[in-house]
Design a protein around this ligand. Sequence first.
Ligand code: SNW
Length: 286
Amino acid sequence: MIKLNFRPAAVAAAALAAVLALSGCGASSTASSAPADNPYGLIQPGTIRVASLGDSKPYTFADAQGNFTGFDVELFKDVAHRAGVDNVVFTGQDFSGLLAAVANGQFDVGVAAIGITDKRKETVDFSEGYLAGYLTVITTKTSGIKDAAGLSGKRLGVVQGTLQEAYAVKNFTSADLVRFPDNNTAISAVNSGSVDAHFLDYEAAKAYQEQYGLVSAADIPSFDAPAGFAVAKGKTAFKEALNKGLAEAMEDGTWKKLYQKWFPGSPMPEQYLPKAEQTASPAPSK
Ligand code: SNW
């Protein structure tokens, strides 16, 4: 493959490449080509492999044809395009394995309304936040559960590895937690009566309420853990390109357009709107 050619510049470049390879300075050990061809250290240069979820409508889900869509999916594709990558491949995973799969290099990024927390930052890095909302308990019309206190002695579903699981362990101590691999399985259990309620993200809860006539019993703010794109630690150029694309998508109104498309009628977190549309008055200048 390498043609030997003794022009001084080529020799110098080859020597430099050898030094970089020996010193491990190729940024990412998973990069399969030189950093110059693969500035983001992608698993396959030119393609972004995304770990996602097939059943978190309207954030991330697979449609009837098996194509991934939803707010997070469309926002991520837009941001990837701004970063110069149009080939974006989504794969459905169980939530519990998602961050580990990103950390160990099976995927370039995790996109699934993943809340940014210090605990998760031990495993992966995150882009800036792009969504801040509520965690919601949904139940049947006949369960009698009207609020969080009503969960006492009841069987409550959570998806393994979610913030809902952590919150329930800490705060719903008198509920009987039942762990599920994904939302669809948990909602089937609610509908069949084998659990009394399920605890999931606000917009996904809304979608299931509409689909199955379920009702919300509690909304818990999760604004301190806004969703971000999860990337392997050390992929700084990739993370920064995503952050730049995100900021542009927010400033030019793309974020707002997607939010209104996928979350119609939901309260809009102001911090992601174009600066000119944010009403919070700036600190008075003296
Ligand atoms: O923390 C929230 C955030 O404020 C926004 O509402 C989007 O969802 C969250 O990131 C929480 N999401 C859960 C989590 O990060 C569940 C993710 C999922 O089921 N896909 O664990």
